[in-house]
Design a protein. Structure first.
Length: 313
């Protein structure tokens, strides 16, 4: 398939790059000194885009590739891909679901433990020599608390399973009730936040969920509440969150995602009641290898005329 030309919007791990470049003619958009010049020169021959969830593929980009057949996304989220344009123009879209579910669920619970038990602060406490001189402040228990999960898809279910292992009481908010789980369904997000000790956000990005966690939700969560976000930066009103962290109207937050990644709002860096992760929920060797394999499997299936393993469109 070396004659098939694909456009990559951003780098993949080296093991994926080696395989892709052995099987396709790869054009590295992110390395181009003049991206528009590259697209103008090779755009007519591009049959596939290999992208990442946060980079996506805009309608403008796809419109410049008249022979484009497929967009294969490294990641679950497709909110940065113009799916309407893809559908209207017969362009297939795939993603990499399931393979990252367990890792993202792990990091959600990891962030909850790190935030409630103040693990980063305890590390600094020991390294700075304070241990033995002053007492480490008491922290918040996780076991047996009330966990509200915003979103009950694959990852939401995996998070709930882990929280149940801590003996937590679990309720969730979603677009509709899920009959395959025994957890309490709460159709009112404010009511869920008011009930919960910890609120974990794992909904897709996009307009429907933009700033779904707003000032009212944070106020309902309250001064003893902790927010964990492992979904998309767009799902939380960051101005409201920063204000709530600054005035302690919520206790703390654990965040793996932000607006304007990686150039996040500098005010987060000055806050001691937030744990920051570099959007690394799926960042294990095992999961990243599985994600890359699924991207490559989707491309190979498409160009061989087989059914796509994980189609979105």
């Amino acid at each position: 398939m070396a004659e098939v030309e694909i456009l990559m919007t951003g780098a993949y791990p080296e093991w994926d790059m080696v395989d892709l470049e052995a099987n396709y003619r790869v054009h590295r958009l992110w390395e181009a000194a003049d991206r528009q010049e590259l697209i103008a020169r090779v755009g007519k021959d591009i049959r596939a885009i290999a992208t990442r969830g946060e980079l996506g593929a805009s309608a403008d980009l796809m419109a410049q590739l008249p022979t484009l057949e497929i967009v294969s996304c490294y990641g679950v989220g497709t909110d940065a891909i113009d799916l309407s344009y893809a559908r209207a123009n017969g362009i297939r879209v795939t993603n990499t679901p399931d393979v990252l579910t367990e890792d993202v669920a792990d990091i959600a619970i990891g962030l909850l433990l790190a935030t409630a038990r103040q693990v980063p602060q305890a590390d600094v406490f020991v390294r700075s020599g304070q241990w033995g001189s002053v007492a480490m402040p008491l922290v918040t228990r996780v076991s047996g608390k009330k966990v509200g999960i915003v979103g009950m898809g694959r990852i939401g279910k995996a998070i709930a399973k882990r929280a149940a292992g801590f003996g937590c009481d679990i309720a969730y908010f979603a677009r509709h009730e899920h009959t395959d789980v025994a957890y309490a369904y709460q159709p009112n997000l404010l009511a869920l936040a008011d009930w919960a000790d910890f609120l974990i956000v794992i909904v897709p990005g996009g307009e429907a969920t933009s700033k779904i966690i707003n000032a009212d939700v944070l106020k309902a969560l309250g001064p003893n509440g902790i927010l964990i976000n492992v979904s998309r930066g767009t799902t939380v009103d960051e101005e409201a969150l920063i204000a709530a962290l600054q005035d302690r109207s919520i206790q703390a937050a654990g965040l793996d995602v932000f607006l304007n990644e990686p150039k996040i709002d500098a005010r987060f860096l000055a806050l001691q009641n937030v744990v920051l992760q570099p959007h690394h929920g799926s960042g294990t060797v095992e999961t990243r290898k599985a994600m890359g394999q699924l991207v490559r499997d989707n491309l190979a299936a498409h160009f061989a005329g087989r059914a796509l393993p994980t189609p979105v469109v």
